[in-house]
Design a protein around this ligand. Structure first.
Ligand SMILES: Nc1ncnc2c1ncn2[C@@H]1O[C@H](COP(=O)(O)OP(=O)(O)OP(=O)(O)O)[C@@H](O)[C@H]1O
Ligand SMILES: [Mg+2]
Length: 254
């Protein structure tokens, strides 16, 4: 008898053979062979029982709600191998002293990305910022806590209808902590990458976040601030780029 899981059998079946060149591209929900192998390893390593439901399918990643054998739920983020643009990605790795010593090439850059998101999430939580708890990563896959209920994931703040002043004040504080305590700049902060969970804003999607020592950190910070101010201005919160910038750079809250 062999004890291989259905997934392993699927990977090894003809449907995923090189003949069809399925390894090279990932369209929609079809995974390339390396990703299928990585999913198989992650299922074993983290004792995953089953994939419950898809949460999001974006250009660069797929996110699923999964259930462990012990009944707990998690979010599983799978970075797509083929759509992560090498040159764009390198901009966020080169110059970040934490990662620029890795030997990076087109085929493993996506692995560094998962590791980077794991490290950044850990940093955020250690700094006291609400963010998913990272449980581990393997190749291009990241396992983190699931923000949401059995009915579905927590909403992005862009979909809220009220409470913006309080939210802005909390985010200001989170951005200050991110800069001074975690020592990173988000670099893709917007109303899409902040979830509203248990009455708090949670920062997500930190694969691209860089150390504040990165040569582009200031530019990324300014872009983040502009995005946040432009969103909250539309929601009638009184704020401006200059004030938020001095608040985040200032030491008053130390
Ligand atoms: N830990 C989580 N728990 C619940 N939902 C999550 C979690 N992480 C991400 N999501 C949901 O999945 C969406 C996409 O996640 P994320 O922003 O990390 O990936 P992405 O690569 O930026 O995807 P996209 O290309 O769609 O922006 C989020 O906007 C959110 O709705
Ligand atoms: Mg996102």
């Amino acid at each position: 008898m062999n004890d291989k899981s259905a997934l392993k059998q699927l990977i090894e079946s003809d449907e995923f053979s090189n003949r069809l060149n399925l390894d090279r591209k990932t369209y929609g929900l079809v995974f390339d062979r390396r990703t299928l192998n990585a999913i198989y390893e992650v299922i074993k390593k983290y004792d995953i029982d089953y994939i419950n439901f898809p949460i999001s399918s974006g250009k660069e990643s797929l996110i699923f709600n999964i259930v462990l054998r012990n009944g707990e739920t998690r979010a599983l983020k799978i970075y797509k191998m083929s759509t992560l643009k090498f040159s764009n990605t390198m901009e966020y790795i080169k110059g970040d002293y934490r990662f620029d010593k890795e030997r990076i090439n087109r085929s493993n850059v996506v692995y560094v990305w998962a590791q980077k998101e794991y490290t950044n999430l850990k940093g955020l939580r250690e700094a006291g910022i609400h963010a998913p708890k990272p449980y581990g990563f393997y190749r291009n896959i990241l396992l983190m806590s699931y923000l949401g209920t059995a009915r579905g994931p927590a909403p992005q703040i862009k979909d809220l209808t009220e409470g913006f002043q309080k939210l802005y004040d909390e985010l200001k504080r989170a951005m200050w902590l991110m800069y001074h305590k975690a020592g990173i700049v988000h670099a893709d902060l917007s109303e899409y990458n902040i979830l509203y969970y248990r009455k708090n804003p949670y920062i997500i999607d930190v694969g691209q976040s860089v150390s504040i020592k990165h040569p582009m950190a200031e530019d990324f910070l300014e872009r983040d601030i502009k995005n946040i101010v432009s969103f909250f201005t539309k929601k009638d919160v009184t704020c401006n780029v200059k004030d938020l910038y001095s608040y985040i750079k200032g030491g008053i809250n130390a």
